[in-house]
Write a protein that binds this ligand. Structure first.
Ligand SMILES: O=P(O)(O)OC[C@@H](O)[C@@H](O)c1c[nH]c2ccccc12
Length: 263
C-alpha cells in the first residue's frame, strides 16, 4: 500500500540527510529558538470546533491540488480567517512539500504549527524542533509500539506536542496505552484512499473527551461535515484539500465555519 512506499522512500531520504546534517548540528540549530507553543490549548475551545488548516501542494491520492502554491500566503490567510492551528506538509516526493516551508510558515503566523510528515526516527524529531515546529504528527500505523513510545517521549522532552494518528480501534488502544494526549482520527483508509467520517464517529465513543483532545482528519468537505463533528464533541477538524483547492483558501475557511450563512 501507499504508506509502505512512502516509508521506504523516507528511510532512504533519512539516511542521506543524516550524513549531510549530523544530529549535533541539528541540536545546535535549535538552540536559541523560542519554546514551542502547546497545541492542545489552542484546539480545545469550549463549545466550539477548532480548525487545523492544512497547507499542501499535492497529495498521492489526488495529485496537484494547488498550482501556484505559496504556503506563506495560504497560512497568513488561514490565520486571518480564524484557524486555531496550521498543518504544513514537509514531505517532498508525494506531497511536494519541503522542510523550508515549515520555517517560512512558522515565521508567518502566531498560532501553533504542526509538521505533517512521516516521522519514523528520533532524528526527525530534533529536525522538526530545529525547523521551528510546535507539534509533530506520529502515525501509529507507521511505527512499532516501542518507537511510538520513544518518539512521544523525545518530542515531549523537546517541548513539542504530538498529534497521534489512528484509523482503527486497535491503533487507538495502542495510542492511548502510550500516553497520547491528542488523538487524530484519520478518516482516510490508506489502502484505498476512501474517506468516511463514520471512522471518527465509531472511534470517538472509546475516548474520554475530558482527558484527551480529539482531532478528526481528512475528507472534511463542507459545513455539514463540520456541524456533525461538532455535535459529536470532536475538538478540532483538520482540513486540507477542501481549503487549498479554493482560489482564496482563507475565504474557503470562513465559508466552512460560518454557521450564520447558508450552504
Ligand atoms: O486533504 P484532506 O482530505 O482535508 O486531509 C487532510 C489531512 O488529514 C491529510 O492530509 C492527512 C492525514 N494524515 C496524514 C498523514 C500524512 C500526510 C497527510 C495526512
Amino acid at each position: 500500500m501507499i504508506l509502505d512506499r512512502i516509508l521506504a522512500h523516507k528511510r532512504a531520504e533519512l539516511a542521506s540527510r543524516k550524513r549531510i546534517m549530523p544530529l549535533n548540528e541539528l541540536e545546535k540549530a535549535a538552540q536559541g529558538l523560542p519554546a514551542p507553543l502547546p497545541l492542545a490549548p489552542s484546539i480545545r475551545r469550549s463549545g466550539e470546533l477548532a480548525v487545523i488548516a492544512e497547507t499542501k501542494k499535492a497529495s498521492p491520492s489526488k495529485g496537484i491540488l494547488c498550482k501556484n502554491y505559496n504556503p506563506v500566503k495560504i497560512v497568513a490567510a488561514y490565520e486571518q480567517a480564524g484557524a486555531a492551528a496550521i498543518s504544513v506538509l514537509t514531505e517532498e516526493k508525494f506531497f511536494l512539500g519541503h522542510p523550508c516551508h515549515l520555517v517560512l510558515v512558522k515565521r508567518a503566523v502566531r498560532i501553533p504549527v504542526l509538521r505533517k510528515d512521516f516521522i519514523i526516527d528520533p532524528y526527525q524529531i530534533y529536525e522538526s524542533r530545529a525547523l521551528g515546529a510546535d507539534a509533530v504528527l506520529l502515525i501509529v500505523a507507521a511505527l512499532s509500539p516501542a518507537l511510538l513510545a520513544e518518539l512521544t517521549k523525545l518530542a515531549g522532552d523537546l517541548g513539542l506536542s504530538c498529534l497521534v494518528e489512528v484509523h482503527t480501534e486497535r491503533e487507538l488502544s495502542q495510542a492511548l496505552a502510550y500516553g497520547a494526549e491528542i488523538i487524530g482520527i484519520n478518516n482516510r483508509n490508506l489502502h484505498n484512499f476512501v474517506t468516511d467520517l463514520s471512522v471518527t464517529f465509531n472511534l470517538i465513543d472509546l475516548i474520554d473527551l475530558n482527558k484527551i483532545t480529539v482531532v478528526s482528519e481528512s475528507g472534511i468537505k463542507n459545513k455539514g461535515d463540520i456541524l456533525r463533528l461538532k455535535e459529536r464533541g470532536v475538538h478540532a477538524a483538520l482540513v486540507g484539500e477542501a481549503l487549498v483547492r479554493c482560489a482564496e483558501p482563507g475565504q474557503g475557511l470562513i465559508k466552512l465555519t460560518d454557521f450564520r450563512a447558508g450552504g
